[in-house]
Write a protein that binds this ligand. Sequence first.
Ligand code: ZN
Ligand code: FE
Length: 256
Amino acid sequence: MHVTIVPCLKDNYAYVLLAPGSKRAVVVDPGEAEPVARVLAAQGLALGAVLATHHHADHVGGTRELARIFPGLRVLGHASDRGRIPEQNEFLEHGASVIVEGLEFDVLHIPGHTLGAVAYAGQGAVFTGDTLFAAGCGRLFEGTPAQMYESLNVKLAALPDEILVYCGHEYTAENLRFAAHLEPSNAAVSTKAAQVADKRSRGEFSVPSTLAEERATNPFMRIGSLELQKSVASSLSGDRSPTAILGAVRAAKDKF
Ligand code: ZN
Ligand code: FE
């Protein structure tokens, strides 16, 4: 699978996906139509499907216009996002597998940021929207800490180390600053922060990361770290469960 990273809006990423030899593409999270249509035109591609990770406008705002340009466009999202994703015509459940333009993906329901958030895993990659960011996670707009814990540390954590993680925003440098604040002695965090600063200074994207990198640097996947636990201990009442720790880390990030 070939992946073209398409910056949208201020700091969003859409991803144009193509099976080998195909002239029909798939796009993940078209926050706006114009940059996506430009990439398709430059490569002489038609668009067959939209994979929506969740209903927020900065991820699906371009869907209506793309459906107008490409009649018959498939628009996939979680079943519970019915009515919230423009032009949605396929309604997915956890554990489904979908084939779009020759590319097969497993659907993971990963509530937390929103209740209908999904990830698409396949072809050695996973598209995580605003649930799992490089070195971070999305705000809990609709879900609970318990849901976010399960989404990140049970469902996404079951994917292999080497899988490429494509997330919804370029937030990595800022996320790593928070990670270093929680775990000042985590060498993987400082090493990655230097790499990301270097990439960004050259105008390159920080994405994709790998799941192994997330396990090593992402505070929301490092709930077992004693140093991290110590950093948020003062905001924990009696409850020291993994869910409570994740909730405390998320609350600390909201104020960071
Ligand atoms: Zn969002
Ligand atoms: Fe977003």
